[in-house]
Design a protein around this ligand. Sequence first.
Ligand code: PLP
Length: 356
Amino acid sequence: MRWNAWAASQLEQVRASNRWREVRPCGQSSLISFAGNDYLGLTRHPEVRRAAIEAVERFGTGAAASRLVTGTLSIHHDLERAIANWQGTQHALVLPSGYHANLAVMAVFGAEDVTIFSDELNHASIIDGCRLSKARVVVYRHRDVDHLSDLMRIHTGRRLLVSDLVFSMDGDEAPVAELAAVCRQHDAMLVLDEAHAVMRTPATPNCETLYVGTLSKTLAAQGGWIAGSQALIELLINRARPFIFTTALSPATAASALAALRVLLSPEGVALRVRLRGLIESLRPAHPSPIIPYMLGDEAAALKAAALLREHGLLVPAIRPPSVPIGTSRLRVALSAAHRDDELQRLRAVLAQCIR
Ligand SMILES: Cc1ncc(COP(=O)(O)O)c(C=O)c1O
């Protein structure tokens, strides 16, 4: 069969399973979006925009080489120092995406003699990183510390535990203190993915820890980061292929992330998080993050609810397999401090019609 014919037959299967996806431009849409991850609304912040423009004026538009060749600019070092300070670690490293960051960590630390323990709902980039590693991979039930402890007792040798800090499809939090206690007991290293952890001050578990995150959500830019001890970061610099064999972050991207981080850590950043907390409370009291799932179970029900919201001018994605397990299709609302009160009211009103 020729390749185009094969692709067409595969697409037929995608359509038949009602899982067709397409890329649509959203920036110009008149819909109010509850789908993005610009949690503090910093993508349009004047200082963040100004930093990007100044970086283009100073460094040009692209880094033009990988970090270990000639791609490292002073703005990369400034950003890495700021991330290390923020996370309370000796060192940090930035990469082209959070996806790259997880691939890098899993590939470098997941050696042949290692067992990786991974929460069943970890992000796809962690799963793909595990596939790239040479380690044995053991999956434990979501947030189930007893299950994890049992598995740690069975699988001896060097151990690495990896978890989202805030889970991207459910918006719930990992039990960090308990995970750290299990790590201490078994001399395991903890890897925490903070991609969605906008409402938390950086976690400080009392065990060997490596932190992973993204510049593309709260920090309003693009790219990923890893923070940890000097030895861990230097090993990544020397061995991580997703860091070594790719072009450095563009200067504008690095500068906008740095400016966004400065806003996050300023009194304005505190106020934005208070605002976001208030919005979360108005939709789901005591929920730990701005990702709020509305479970519908059936894929068709989730698609129908998303269509009704769209008719009312609201963009809320229907999340369905393979992004989530079969039977757990849902609407996923992502809140931002930039949402207005009247927009929340509209959302609440339409949700009340589709969630019974
Ligand atoms: C938990 C988690 N980790 C990593 C990533 C990847 O980050 P990036 O978009 O920067 O590649 C995402 C989402 O995109 C995520 O939700």
